[in-house]
Design a protein around this ligand. Structure first.
Ligand code: FUB
Length: 452
């Protein structure tokens, strides 16, 4: 990786300016880079995500077959559909106490206090040995959530470990939690930069099996300690509750089961945004063969009447509403049926290109929830598709009768083409969209887009 010789302040501002690009989201949320360990926070009415940034390190640098993370980006969204990448907010080379070649900028957190934004990150100390013992936690401070962040000259004294999480209680007291085999916590001083109390080890949290990534939040007077834990083979998300942010926490259950993909880590945060709770987590969507190159995801989270967390089932569709006039990536479907429908990479050698839906049995369908048709309805639909044998695809509004609104003929041919046809009925408001193979036995669809 080459580094600019410009003064740091100028290069950071330029990077922030040039990298403010939009990414479009279902799951995974970010499609142009690997992202992991997402901490979602609401600042100034907007949702910000502070993930870590998995990379493939330059040849001869980093650690083969392991996590490699040199810096952090921050992303924001107002609608959970369109995401802005505000660019790099911190680099391992900018942290004076850190090993600048460790590629160990692991799972971060961020929190706001007194109009300042505090970014907490773990990384490897200079001359550190192996293992999590060589890690400590640093703080970088900014006036705005998107930075620029200025790292403190030293790490938080007394803290050895990874995965910082900061929780500020209603009385203004801040707590820092972290992990190193077990989960630890302590009060933070008012300046948010140093421990104020003894360190507590949360012995009541499962001790058998690897545990890391604490994330604490409060709801209706109950404090939730949530964490990834290897109860069987790989990490799953679990939680306990208490009436005190320092516990003891009573084990309650599983928030998310082990990933079907086999990705060893999961790492999450839980946030309430515009009256809905969300779980942010990660999986290996863009790197099916190497689980240290991860991608962040989000799904809605719900509570039982007694305050227990309902298990979250990971979806491709994720969260947010999709405009009918955008290229609707139906491969991120909410449901599929009648067999013969699958989501596969457009190019297995370049996962960043995304996926297509393959419909290869009559009547096979996918349903994509929450498409916003607006108030005026729509006139045409365009489908980017291809079929070696030719076929027809029906577009329906999912409901009691699954009203068909268009039938698109996909001409025989091996190349991707955009096929267009008028829409028969007035589709308005937010609807769930069904895409179904009507005739033929092999149609691939990249996206669907409606025109006003
Ligand atoms: O991303 C590196 C490490 O993997 C994190 O710090 C852990 O929580 C796990 O996700």
């Amino acid at each position: 990786m080459k580094h600019s010789k410009m003064p740091k302040t100028i290069s950071l501002s330029l990077i922030i300016f040039f990298l403010s690009v939009n990414a479009f989201a279902q799951n995974p949320l970010i499609m142009d880079q690997f992202t992991a360990d997402p901490t979602a926070r609401v600042f100034n009415g907007k949702l910000y995500v502070f993930p870590s940034h998995d990379i493939v390190p330059p040849k001869g640098e980093g650690r083969a077959e392991w996590f490699n993370m040199a810096d952090y980006h921050v992303f924001s969204s107002e609608d959970l559909t369109n995401w802005t990448d505000h660019g790099k907010i911190l680099d391992q080379k900018d942290v004076s106490w850190a090993d600048p070649e460790a590629y160990s900028m692991w799972a971060p957190d961020a929190i706001s206090k007194n109009d300042k934004f505090y970014f907490y990150f773990p990384t490897r100390l200079k001359d550190a040995g192996d293992g999590e013992k060589g890690f400590s936690i640093g703080v970088a401070i900014a006036d705005k959530p998107e930075g620029p962040y200025k790292p403190q000259p030293n790490h938080i004294q007394g803290v050895e470990g990874i995965d910082p999480n900061v929780f500020i209680d209603k009385d203004g007291q801040a707590y820092l939690y972290w992990s190193r085999g077990k989960i630890y916590g302590a009060k933070l001083k008012d300046n948010m930069l140093a421990l104020e109390s003894e360190i507590k080890t949360f012995e009541e949290i499962p001790q058998k099996g690897h545990i890391e990534g604490p994330f604490v939040f409060e709801r209706n007077g109950t404090y939730y300690m949530t964490y990834p834990h290897v109860a069987n083979n790989i990490e799953r998300l679990e939680y306990g509750t208490s009436d005190n942010p320092m516990g003891p926490f009573e084990h309650q259950g599983v928030i998310m089961d082990e990933s079907a993909s086999g990705t060893w880590t999961n790492h999450h945060s839980i946030v309430n945004y515009k009256d809905q709770w969300y779980l942010f987590y990660h999986d290996n969507d863009l790197s099916p063969d190497f689980d240290k190159n991860r991608s962040i995801r989000a799904d809605s989270l719900f509570f039982e009447g007694n305050g227990n967390i309902k298990k979250v089932i990971p979806t491709k569709r994720g969260v947010g509403i999709t405009s009918s006039t955008s290229e609707i990536q139906i491969d991120r479907y909410s449901a599929k049926g009648n067999y013969g429908a699958a989501s596969v990479f457009l190019d297995r050698l370049d996962p960043f290109q995304g996926w297509k839906v393959v419909l290869n049995k009559p009547d096979a369908w996918v349903k994509y929830n929450r498409v916003d048709f607006g108030a005026e309805g729509t006139e045409n639909v365009r489908i980017r598709a291809r079929s070696l044998t030719g076929g027809t695809v029906a577009l329906k509004l999912a409901g009691e009768n699954d009203e068909e609104i268009a039938e698109v003929t996909i001409q025989k041919g091996g190349n991707w083409e955009v096929f267009s046809t008028p829409v028969r009925s007035e589709a308005t408001a937010v609807q769930d969209l069904l895409v179904q193979l009507k005739s033929g036995d092999g149609v691939e669809v990249d996206w669907v887009q409606f025109e006003k």
